[in-house]
Design a protein. Structure first.
Length: 626
């Protein structure tokens, strides 16, 4: 009993701290945020303290007393370091022209260590190691006599002053976005989930797609699209929808590994599905200087195409395995589902309407949270009492922690890149490697985005490629919005790309299958997604921001044709098992649908249509003979 008391006290401390963090963000979103350095440092202090108590120092081998002592000292260090910025440095920094004192250097050094430890605890070693490599380069790069690599040098005081005392390092734009837009939207998503919107989406998806061929798998796709639009998390989406859809798919005849692969791949698209999307969407808005609503509009068609690509392959696999839909009598009816819980989507309508009418994202998020509380009260089973409201605030604050860690750690990388000039040098180097060829550069960018995204969150992956890769594409003449959407899309896809595929691993846990084999199957199921970003680059009209409906319609049609061809050639099944030459023809024609060239488009789409018609007719003839 005595051993349980500290645990209870710690849990209470964590809950209170998380709720205060949520209240801080709700206050600043509704009544005005603090100046940048104060807002970001207070946000980081909350994130650090919560991390130290929610995530263990090590999984095994550390005595409880030692672990508690480390957490207490780390929390005190976080308060001192961030408090120094928020309540001391902020008021005197301009008087000293940004110069760092000895105290600042010590506290800045401690804060960098704490941020690296926070990131390690939450996300593992991948991002901290990358950050440490960049820090080492900052101090040692002047001794490396290689073109594009060497620089003039960097000393400790300059590095600490830049990283700790300015909005260009730890407290740069990514952490600023995390401390403002992202925090309030993540809390909004937590309120939505606690109001029961997840159950509504699941029932609605089952009513819509449950009776189709391969019903449970298509329910997974539709439910993931709906749930992902508010959760913005691939792994969270897998856990929410996969706990229902994966067992259902297995029961209907899908192999367990295929069921897990489908769910993992479908859930990935939620991070680019408006209106909430993933945290990185807010960072894109800040970096490219566009309103968040513009990012939502630009992402809508690529997101739909992402889910469509999975839907097509799911249909092919269901036909191949002879899996029919669920019996209609066992399915919920759509209209009763809408009548019972349809009111829960009203806060999302409020959010979209406020964004459309020009409200800031923070204001829209704040009033949408209020709308959730009001709308949930319409029915007893969805009503949010004080306990559920406090739980939503606590869950929201907890969900912010991985994002804050990724943003803060990436900020250190940004500081090193800026101080050494390496970012610009990498741009020149990649352009030189590609010999000025945009297709080659895009392939390099795709590989870099996927590789950098392995083992870390989408937000962290996007931040790294946005810093290093996106500027290179812009330098080659790609519009900034298209460049950032390109690398963002591939950072999202990295969660299903072996050997480290977080979404696939989460699905494998539910399905009780081998994680690596599940990742391979998920990669195959989601392979048609890989072509979508190329349409974003070559036909930006697909993002619906050009104002030309005809061009947008043609671009979308070509993308659908290309996705169909890639899905068929990768799956090896369209109406029937495909012969090798049929798969090859479909694959070869895909590049003809990408550029904005009518002759190419007509040729490619025409051949794909003809081969599809030929396959369908041959299947009909075979059925008649059989």
């Amino acid at each position: 009993m005595i051993d349980k008391i500290p645990v209870r006290k710690t849990a209470l401390f964590v809950s209170i701290t998380a709720i205060i963090m949520a209240l801080f963000h709700l206050y600043t979103s509704g009544f005005g945020r603090f100046p940048a350095l104060q807002q970001r440092s207070i946000h980081l202090a909350f994130a650090l303290i919560l991390t130290f108590y929610l995530y263990p120092v090590r999984k095994k081998g550390v005595p409880r007393k030692l672990s508690s002592a480390i957490n207490i000292l780390s929390s005190i260090g976080a308060l001192l370091c961030c408090g120094n910025i928020a309540f001391v440095v902020y008021y005197v920094l301009y008087e000293r022209a940004g110069a760092a004192t000895n105290v600042d250097i010590v506290l800045g050094f401690i804060l960098i260590i704490l941020v690296l430890d926070m990131t390690r605890r939450i996300m593992g070693w991948a991002l901290p190691i990358i950050t440490l490599i960049f820090i080492a380069y900052g101090f040692l790069g002047s001794h490396i006599s290689l073109p594009y690599i060497t620089h003039s040098g960097m000393d400790v005081s300059r590095f600490i002053a830049y990283t700790y005392l300015s909005t260009e390092g730890l407290f740069t734009v990514p952490l600023g976005v995390s401390a403002t837009f992202i925090a309030v939207f993540v809390i909004f998503a937590a309120f939505l989930v606690n109001s029961g919107v997840g159950d509504f989406f699941m029932d609605a998806a089952t009513a819509i797609a449950g009776d189709k061929t391969g019903g449970p798998a298509k329910v997974a796709v539709v439910a993931s699209a709906a749930m992902g639009s508010v959760s913005g998390s691939a792994v969270g989406n897998v856990v929410t929808t996969g706990s229902v859809t994966i067992p259902l798919m297995k029961r209907m005849g899908f192999p367990a590994i295929l069921a897990a692969g489908i769910e993992g791949t479908a859930s990935t698209g939620g991070q680019i599905m408006p209106p909430l999307m993933g945290a990185a969407a807010f960072i894109i808005a800040s970096v490219v200087g566009k309103p968040y609503l513009t990012i939502c509009i630009a992402a809508f068609v690529p997101a739909v195409l992402s889910f469509l690509s999975v839907y097509i392959i799911v249909h092919f696999e269901a036909e191949r395995h002879g899996i029919k839909g669920l019996p209609k009598e066992d399915l919920p009816r759509l209209w009763p589902v809408l009548k019972k819980r349809g009111h829960l989507i009203l806060p999302i309508v409020v959010l979209v309407m406020m964004l459309v009418t020009g409200s800031t994202a923070m204001k829209a998020g704040f009033y949408s949270i209020i709308a959730v509380i009001i709308v949930s009260a319409f029915q007893k089973d969805t009503r949010m009492g004080i306990k559920r409201i406090l739980l939503a605030m606590e869950n929201g604050a907890r969900a912010v922690l991985p994002i804050a860690a990724a943003c803060a750690c990436s900020g250190i990388v940004v500081g090193v890149l800026t101080l050494t000039g390496l970012g610009l040098k990498i741009s020149y180097l990649l352009v030189e490697i590609a010999h000025g060829s945009l297709p080659v550069l895009l392939l390099l960018a795709m590989l870099a985005s996927i590789l950098l995204g392995m083992g870390i969150t989408t937000t962290a992956a996007y931040l790294l490629v946005a810093i290093i890769i996106a500027p290179v594409l812009v330098r080659m003449g790609v519009p900034p919005l298209a460049a950032h959407m390109f690398v963002f899309y591939y950072a999202v896809i990295s969660t299903i790309t072996p050997p480290v595929a977080l979404a696939a691993y989460a699905a494998a846990g539910i399905a009780e299958t081998d994680p690596f084999k599940t990742a391979l199957v998920g990669f195959r199921v989601g392979i048609a997604k890989f072509v979508v970003p190329f349409y974003i680059i070559y036909t930006p009209d697909i993002m619906l921001v050009s104002g030309n409906p005809l061009k947008a319609a043609i671009a979308i049609l070509m993308a659908i044709v290309g996705i169909w061809a890639l899905a068929g050639s990768a799956c090896g099944y369209v109406f029937r098992e495909l012969r090798f030459y049929e798969r090859l023809i479909l694959f070869i024609c895909i590049p003809l649908t990408i550029p904005n060239k009518p002759i190419w488009n007509i040729t490619g789409a025409g051949i794909i249509s003809l081969i599809t018609a030929y396959i369908w007719l041959s299947k009909k003839r075979a059925d008649r003979k059989g």
